[in-house]
Design a binder for this molecule. Structure first.
Ligand SMILES: NC(=O)c1ccc[n+]([C@@H]2O[C@H](COP(=O)([O-])OP(=O)(O)OC[C@H]3O[C@@H](n4cnc5c(N)ncnc54)[C@H](OP(=O)(O)O)[C@@H]3O)[C@@H](O)[C@H]2O)c1
Length: 321
């Protein structure tokens, strides 16, 4: 089969013929029609990820056909028995296990789910990793409730956009931040109440004034601006964090955290239960992930460059066959 293979870091992925490995018990081959990129794939190609090995077929998101049925794959492998956190055997599809940037993928049968009927295979491929991450951080970790006010940082991101869509569907008022006014406008057209450009001085003060503060804040940037997000929380607020795009958190005021009784919830992807609940919610509310652009599998390196440029709004999808 054809696949995009990581053979070294800081080099383009190789589009090459790969021999299919032997099937393992309880694992099945799925014919992939579409896959999608996550920031994780970019970090790996740059060597900025733990446990890199060569050769590896990257890619965590995929949708395709199994026994004439349209299916979607949960990329969270072997979550373990405790819903509260992943166990020692936990892994993510696309490193160390070979992933979805290929014509076929071998996955545990329990990770294959029927595709939500209202989605095309292309849209479905944009859902798994971002969807499970958004679901868990919002509902399993931050326990979002109807009517709460939510802030989502960096709305151009694949996960961030699904957080926006899920929170709106749950009956919440949602605000966003972005480094791009255009992306903020697009978020508004999807239902966001307002927002702030995090590149502008004093953005957080203005946002606090116009919004009135937030019950739940969801972030994946961390870095210098995380401390400002804590300042935007209402008393009893929950701050969910699932990424660290801009690095270490500095300057977080302990007084703000303890005096406002703020909870900080770390969150990573999710369990099979999270995935199944997320699919039900998406089907019930007919949520459609935003697809920014579709590239052919053979053009996977151009797709990664597009992600690195950061101009995307939503998921970057690959057409696998
Ligand atoms: N732990 C997990 O399970 C998990 C799962 C998925 C992703 N992640 C992590 O979460 C991050 C986002 O992943 P993704 O796949 O959604 O990425 P993505 O689609 O490539 O989006 C990245 C987004 O980060 C935003 N951003 C950049 N600098 C920012 C800043 N200073 N403040 C706020 N936002 C900023 C940008 O938003 P604007 O363009 O709107 O400014 C950009 O669109 C990555 O670090 C990734 O590794 C973790």
């Amino acid at each position: 089969m054809k696949a995009l293979v990581l053979n070294s870091i800081n080099q383009p992925l190789d589009y090459q013929e790969v021999e299919k490995s032997n099937s393992v018990k309880k694992n099945i081959w799925v014919d992939l029609h579409f896959s999608a990129l996550n920031h994780r794939d970019l970090w790996i190609t740059k060597g900025q990820y733990a446990g890199i090995k060569f050769p590896t077929i990257l890619g965590s998101d995929g949708a395709g056909i199994l026994n004439d049925r349209e299916v979607i794959i949960n990329p969270s492998l072997n979550w373990g028995r405790d819903e509260r956190f992943q166990g020692p055997d936990y892994g993510i599809l696309g490193l160390p296990a070979n992933g979805t940037f290929a014509e076929q993928v071998l996955v545990p049968a329990v990770n294959v789910h029927p595709k939500p009927e209202h989605l095309t295979l292309e849209q479905a491929a944009a859902l798994p990793l971002a969807g499970i991450t958004a679901w868990r951080v919002l509902f399993s970790r931050c326990r979002l409730k109807k009517g709460e006010r939510v802030l989502v940082s960096g709305i151009g991101g694949g996960v961030a956009l699904l957080v926006l869509q899920f929170a709106l569907a749950a009956g919440c008022e949602v605000w966003v931040t972005s480094g791009s006014d255009e992306k903020m406008e697009r978020a508004r057209s999807m239902g966001a109440k307002g927002g702030a450009n995090y590149r502008q001085d004093g953005w957080h003060k203005e946002l606090l004034k116009t919004s009135g503060g937030f019950d739940v804040v969801i972030d994946s940037a961390a870095g210098e601006q995380f401390a400002l997000l804590a300042g935007l929380c209402n008393p009893g607020g929950r701050l969910g964090i699932y990424g660290g795009t801009t690095g270490k958190i500095n300057g977080l005021s302990p007084q703000i955290v303890f005096w406002k009784q703020i909870s900080i919830h770390g969150s990573t992807m999710g369990s099979n239960r999270d995935f199944a609940q997320m699919l039900r919610f998406v089907a019930q509310h007919r949520i459609v992930p935003v697809v920014d652009r579709v590239f052919d599998l053979v053009d996977g390196n151009a797709a990664l460059a597009h992600m690195e440029a950061g101009a995307q709004f939503g998921k970057i999808v690959l057409k696998n066959r």
